[in-house]
Write a new protein. Structure first.
Length: 110
């Protein structure tokens, strides 16, 4: 701090740049990390990235009943939802500490 209570702007800018780099690295890691979700006791499995992008969907043939496509659709939705919940937890783990640190920087409005 500079005498008179004013923050050192250069130090604040360096801190903001470091936080931005850390955040970008964490976001890249999330985009590359895959998490799984399932439904129906594993009959339907979904894989999403930590950023929430659906990468794969595996459906066990036992889940396919031509007379009951609604149940299969429900299982697909549930598996994707389950995988997205895992992705959100991963996001909280990776980004939470970084975004909490932004709250202490005046003028950023986080």
């Amino acid at each position: 701090m500079i005498p008179g209570g004013q923050p050192n702007m250069q130090a604040l800018l360096q801190q903001a740049q470091k936080m931005q780099q850390d955040l970008a690295a964490a976001q890249q890691e999330l985009a590359e990390t895959e998490v799984d979700g399932s439904a129906g006791g594993g009959l339907v499995k979904a894989t999403v990235t930590g950023a929430g992008e659906l990468r794969s969907l595996v459906i066990d043939p036992k889940a396919v009943d031509p007379e009951d496509t609604e149940t299969l659709a429900d299982l697909v939705v549930a598996a994707v939802h389950n995988a997205n919940e895992a992705a959100q937890q991963l996001q909280q783990t990776k980004l939470g500490p970084l975004t909490q640190g932004l709250g202490g920087m005046p003028g950023l409005g986080f």
